[in-house]
Structures are given as C-alpha cells and as structure tokens.
Design a protein around this ligand. Structure first.
Ligand code: BES
Ligand code: MN
Ligand code: ZN
Length: 501
C-alpha cells in the first residue's frame, strides 16, 4: 500500500518521432497554430487535414483527436493530438492537464503504451516535469473498492519524447521529478478515498509512518498517553468522542549536510472522519468527510517525494490524527480546553475541530525546532463560498513568506489566492470566559479559522492552505476524474527546493 501500485519508469526518448515504439504518439497543438499540424497530413493519409477542416479538432484546451498513422515509416500505430488552448495564456498547469487528459482517454480505450512529444515550447524542464506528472496522475484508479467492475487495465509504458539532444539530460531529470511527485500524489489520493471504517486513526498513523520510513525518514508515533502528557488538550478533546484514539505522527527529514536552519515545518489536518461531533453535520454529503485527512496525506506524500528527490533542507512533518464523533465521552459545546501552548479555548461548535487539532500540532512543530510553518487542511466550508472549488485559500504572515508560497504554488500549478487577516477580524474570536472561542460566527469563516491557527504559530513565518474546496472534485473533468485531487502536494514539495526566509 505504501508503495505506488504501478511503479514504472518515465522514459525519456530522444530524436525522431518515426523511431518511437509506442501505441499512441501524442502531440500538442495550440489553437492559433493548427497550421503546424500539416506535417502530419501525409503520415495520417489526410485525416489531420480533414479533422481540422471539419472543426472536429480546433485546438481548444484538452480537446482530443485520434487517428491511425498509415505511413509504414513510423513505428507508432496511432497519433493523438491534444488541444493546448491559446499560447497566450499557456501554463505549466495546462501542460499537466493536457497530459492527464490524454492519459485518462488512453486508459479508457485500453491503450497501454503512450509517448508524449515535448516539442518547443513545451520541452523546457518545468513543462516536461508537468507532462510526466500529468501522465502519472492519469494512472489513478478511483474504483479501488470495486470487485465487479474493477478497472484492472494498467498503462504499461509512459514516455516523453524530446527531439533536441541538448535538452535530453535536463528532460530526464525533470521527467523523474514529475513521475515521483505524481506517484506520491496518487498514493495520497488513494488514502483520501479510503473510508472511515478502514482508515481509522491508528491505521492511518501506521500508513503515514510506513510512507515516511520507506523514504528513509525517522518517524515517531505518539499515542493518546504521550499526547496527553504533552498537554495537547485540543487534540485530546476532539478525539474523546471516538472509540479510535488520537495519534500524533512526527516525521523528520534530515538530509546529510543540510544547514541547521531553516527547518520547514509541515502540518496537515488528519481527521479520519468528521461527523461534526455533538454539533453534528447534516446527513447530506456527510460521506465526503472521509477525506478530512487530505491535508495529513498531503504532508506525508510531499515529505516522501521530497526525500526521494533529495530536498536540500530539513523538514519536520507533524500530523495530528483524530476522529470527530459524537458519543458519551464526546466534547460538548461550551467545554473549555487547554492547549499545549497554554492558551484556553471555549468550544462553541464541535464541528470546528480542525483548528483545534492543528493548533496543538503547529505549536509542537515550533517546539521541535521548525523555523517556518506551513499547514494544509480541509478546514472550512467558508473557503469555497469565498473562492469556489478551483482555488485554495492562502493565509499567513509575514506577507513576504505568504507571497513566496503563493509564487511557488502558482509555478507548481496549485491554484491558491490570499485572503486578508486584518486584526479587526480577531474580535470575532473573543470569549467571555476563556482566551478565545473556536468559531467566529458566519461571516468571514475561513479568515477567522486562519486567525485561530495563528495563535499557535509562535510568531514564526507561517502559511496556511485551506483546501476544503479543492481537495475533492464533485464533477469529472477531461483532465481529472471526480474524487480526490491531491491539492497542495506539489506546492509543499516545490517549497522544499526553494530558498525561503
Ligand atoms: N471538515 C470541515 C470543513 C469542510 C467542509 C471540508 C466541507 C470539506 C468540505 C470542518 O471541520 C468544518 O466542519 N468546518 C465548519 C466550521 C464551522 C463550524 C465554524 C464549517 O466549515 O462549517
Ligand atoms: Mn468539522
Ligand atoms: Zn473537519
């Protein structure tokens, strides 16, 4: 389970398209440069020209056109043209999605070997990485529990073709990066898909630990007694209604020769199921709350990818795991909890549990020597009211650090956008009897949640990604089936390879 199902190489092939041995040769086309496809009219016996003339293919993003290659000079039997949209607003994300769209389509048609031609301008390392990533993401099978109609088809070989030999070495490294990141994204997606009855707190903690150990990292699993001893009243409080005890998984990536500082602290929300507790959620769509551990899975997957790719800085991952259930022992509205930091919290709504477990985990990451904090969490429904389902919320301080994370996310193709944290919002968290309440009321819900977290960051540079709107897709897209999306993982990985202060 901890090892990617279909671990195979991402081949980088050099040179002439004619010699590429594959079942599907894939090329990209920009909508305003369809003329460039005319070199394919001969090998396809005019099919390409016909498709363009009839507007069967227009180059719109993710549009696909498949045709046999009839010319014996080619080893490939079929050609796929994938639309790249307009070249004016082309991006790494578009490249990745285009590759995913082809991969998903090929899988449906049981085409098992494909090779994507990375022709200029998509032969730069970041484009090649995105293509490799996109092809890999397409291998994810959401039907992991099907026994009757299980899709057992697996892609046998994936490749990126680079014509210019001068680009091949960089392309090889880039394709490897894309492959590794894509594979660990898929492992995280499988975890997100796992329901609360099989992915219980203790099982999840073991899975996370296996992922980390497999990458040679040191792991500690703190049990409920150790957690209580550390004074983590918020994590204990959230977990106390469930039969499954809480866990705190601590992963340390300490590459030889890395400087003592910085230490990147990654914290991910790991609620294996969120019923809301005594402040229970309505029944509609509650099943979705099995993915309330997507942030935790993202941290585990990102750290494994960072380790496999030889990230240059120290990283500590802190993953609080609990199940939010009602029950005889459950947390009640009105209860006051004492956090590990010493601050007291009046719980007004037991469904605002994510910020409670994260508060204790952020504080622990700081205590364990993190110099910079990044947390990732399916934290609030309010973030999708503000930003919809395509953009994660970004928060934090100081602005320079948040802006750095935003730039990295943008390059990595993880959409996110900053929301303000003006101090006036903090008034919404005032409690009459404790240091603060855990919910700030209806307005600005994603912001007040972030302000709550900030109380536990010890003033360190900190960024918070609210992925509640983006971690799960409700509708299938040509480039992404419905289900878990692996939001934020690429950002966390790339961040470890940048300089931050
Ligand atoms: N896990 C939920 C947030 C969520 C909602 C994630 C929808 C994905 C989809 C979180 O624990 C939660 O319940 N938040 C509450 C906070 C409120 C009680 C202040 C919310 O958003 O309603
Ligand atoms: Mn909740
Ligand atoms: Zn939750």
């Amino acid at each position: 389970m901890d090892v990617p199902e279909q671990s195979k190489q991402m081949d980088v092939l050099e040179g002439d398209f004619k010699t590429v041995d594959t079942d599907l040769l894939v090329i990209g086309a920009f909508e305003e440069r369809l003329g460039a496809l005319s070199i394919w009219s001969q090998p396809t016996a005019g099919e390409i020209d016909r498709g363009i003339a009839t507007k069967e293919f227009t180059g719109k993003a993710y549009e696909l056109f498949l045709t046999p290659i009839t010319n014996d000079g080619y080893r490939a039997r079929r050609l796929a043209v994938v639309g790249l949209g307009s070249s004016g607003d082309f991006s790494v994300e578009r490249a990745r999605r285009a590759a995913s769209a082809v991969g998903l389509h090929a899988r449906q048609r049981k085409i098992s070997r494909l090779a994507f031609a990375a022709e200029p301008p998509i032969d730069t390392p970041d484009m090649v990485q995105a293509i490799a990533e996109g092809l890999t993401l397409a291998e994810f099978d959401p039907g992991q529990y099907k026994t009757l109609e299980r899709d057992t088809f697996a892609i046998q070989s994936l490749g990126v073709i680079v014509k210019d030999p001068a680009r091949a070495i960089a392309a090889r490294a880039a394709a490897h990066r894309g492959r590794v990141i894509g594979e660990w994204c898929n492992v995280a997606r499988r975890l997100d898909n796992e329901p609360g009855n099989s992915l219980t707190t203790t099982v999840f903690a073991d899975r996370v630990a296996d992922i980390a150990r497999g990458g040679g990292m040191a792991v500690e699993i703190l049990d409920e007694r150790a957690i209580a001893k550390l004074g983590m009243g918020m994590l204990i409080g959230v977990a106390q209604g469930s039969h499954h005890p809480p866990r705190l998984v601590v992963i340390r990536y300490e590459p030889a020769g890395a400087p003592v500082s910085p230490v990147l602290g990654l914290v991910g929300k790991g609620i294996t199921f969120d019923t809301g507790g005594i402040s229970m959620k309505p029944a509609a769509d509650m099943d979705r709350m099995k993915d309330d551990m997507a942030g935790a899975a993202a941290v585990a997957a990102a750290m494994r990818a960072i380790a496999e790719l030889g990230g240059p800085v120290r990283v500590i991952g802190v993953i609080p795991i609990a199940e939010n259930m009602p029950g005889g022992g459950a947390l009640r509205p009105g209860d006051v909890l004492k956090s590990a930091s010493g601050k007291t919290v009046e719980v007004l709504n037991t469904d605002a549990e994510g910020r409670l477990v994260l508060g204790d985990a952020l504080w622990y990451a700081h205590q364990q020597g993190a110099t910079h904090l990044v947390d990732i969490a399916t934290l609030t429904g309010a973030v999708s009211v503000a930003l919809g389902r395509i953009t994660s919320g970004l928060f934090g301080a100081p602005e320079a650090f948040v802006e750095h994370v935003r730039a990295v996310a943008n390059r990595a193709g993880d959409r996110c956008w900053p929301l303000p944290m003006f101090p006036e919002y903090r008034d919404q968290l005032r409690s009459d009897i404790a240091d603060m309440v855990n919910t700030g009321g209806r307005v600005a819900g994603a912001i007040t949640a972030a302000l709550f977290l900030q109380e536990f960051t010890a003033g360190l540079p900190w960024a918070h990604l609210d992925i509640a709107g983006t971690a799960w897709a409700d509708e299938s897209k040509p480039f992404m089936p419905k289900g878990p999306t692996a939001a934020g993982i690429r950002t966390l990985v790339e961040l470890a390879f940048t300089e931050f202060r």
